[in-house]
Design a protein around this ligand. Structure first.
Ligand code: LMR
Length: 401
């Protein structure tokens, strides 16, 4: 009866992580999956999260109940204050946003995709070329045809803004456009505010449906800077969806803490959308888990812990920036061409696109135990003072492969 079921070939990112864990070489370096490693090569527990755990564990009685379908209300409130900081206090602003707690950023994308498929069944989806591989899988899985818009200028590692704008400007109304507000995954190439303004003008004129996926905010230029397009879209009055995650910025990967926010035009619309998001959750997994949300709401709801967390976020961002500069410097000292590796400095966030071929990526893994995604994506957060020289040498060594 199950004879026709095909073998799953694995996910390009998660399967590689399994392979990395099985690799017995001591000097191996994981530059594949988007995990933040600290200077000692550990995925840290943030000090603010540790303190929040103590507070949460002393309130065990809360944990026996189901959360509502939309998750913890206090958590959703804190999420709104964090990602819509400049306007969530305005009553008219806050009441036009529907926010639910989700199972990480992927859960937010999935609920958002199911919601859109139910209410915009004829729509298609456009994603950047390239994008996080799972965007395509996820939206196709929800029943959408998925196409790409030009994004990366392969010559210099910048955004191919003309190609992107002219593609978006050819789309029919109600096309869903997946956008990365900052720290683009997989390339690290981001739009400037001026470029975002040009994108927004097209989204508005062509009546497109923006879906922003934001998992790395605060790790690019800073929290407020990274939220530029969120604020600009909000101010433009366009309706949009926004998935967010606390996996990276709170180092809470396994807790699966994320949120989906849908910005509507008025409170009545927002309450109908919220109802439909709840219905989508109910028919998928009923309600989200509690523990991770309690940790996040405890940190964000406490003025002192919140400031402390912002400091930890800044440290993560600065460490990755320092590693970008160090790797670039070491490559140049080893004879690498400045123009070839300038992308390390120009791109931002957790990832960079090395422009290495699949063969070069294979060679890095086989010969040096250095793991990148087959597309050439490198996770900068896996670099530290102890391995960056080896990585620089290995990158130069595979140049001729
Ligand atoms: C990544 O891009 O490496 C992360 O978002 C982890 C994942 O689920 O793929």
């Amino acid at each position: 009866m199950f004879e026709h079921i095909e073998m799953y070939l694995g996910d390009p990112i998660l399967s590689l992580m399994e392979r990395y864990l099985q690799d017995e070489r001591e000097e191996k370096v994981n530059l594949s999956i988007g995990l933040y490693y600290d200077q000692d090569g550990q995925v840290p527990m943030l000090e603010t999260v540790r303190q929040a755990k103590e507070i949460v564990h002393s309130k065990v009685e809360q944990k026996a109940l189901y959360l509502p379908m939309s998750g913890s209300p206090a958590y959703c409130e804190q999420v709104q204050q964090l990602i819509f900081p400049m306007f969530s206090e305005l009553e008219h602003g806050k009441n036009r946003i529907a926010t639910i707690q989700t199972l990480g950023g992927s859960g937010a994308l999935k609920v958002g995709a199911d919601f859109l498929k139910r209410w915009f069944p004829q729509a298609s989806v456009r994603v950047s070329d390239p994008t996080w591989e799972n965007h395509i899988t996820l939206f196709e899985g929800a029943g959408f045809p998925v196409y790409k818009y030009p994004y990366l200028n392969a010559q210099n590692g910048d955004v191919h803004i003309e190609g992107m704008l002219s593609n978006l400007d050819s789309l029919p109304p109600q096309t869903v456009v997946l956008l990365h507000p900052c720290c683009h995954n997989p390339t690290g190439a981001d739009l400037t505010p001026v470029q975002w303004d040009a994108v927004i003008a097209i989204l508005q004129r062509r009546q497109l449906i923006p879906f922003l996926d934001m998992a790395y905010y605060g790790l690019g230029q800073g929290l407020m800077e990274d939220l530029y397009v969120v604020k600009a879209l909000f101010d433009s009055g366009i309706r949009f969806l926004l998935s967010t995650s606390f996996s990276k910025i709170f180092s809470l990967y396994g807790e699966r803490v994320g949120a989906l926010s849908v910005v509507c035009t008025n409170p009545d619309e927002a309450s109908r959308v919220l109802g439909q998001l709840k219905a989508t959750v109910r028919r998928n997994y009923s309600s989200p888990p509690m523990h991770g949300a309690l940790l996040v709401q405890t940190v964000l709801g406490d003025a002192q812990l919140r400031v402390q967390w912002l400091g930890e976020l800044t440290s993560m961002r600065q460490r990755m920036r320092a590693m970008r500069e160090k790797l670039y410097q070491l490559i140049l000292e080893g004879g690498g061409a400045a123009a070839r590796y300038a992308f390390l400095l120009n791109q931002q966030g957790m990832f960079s696109y090395t422009n290495f071929s699949a063969r070069q990526v294979d060679e890095l893994r086989r010969e040096f135990g250095i793991y990148l995604i087959a597309s050439g994506r490198m996770c900068i957060a896996g670099l530290n003072d102890g391995n960056v020289q080896r990585v620089a040498d290995a990158m130069l060594a595979v140049e001729q492969v």
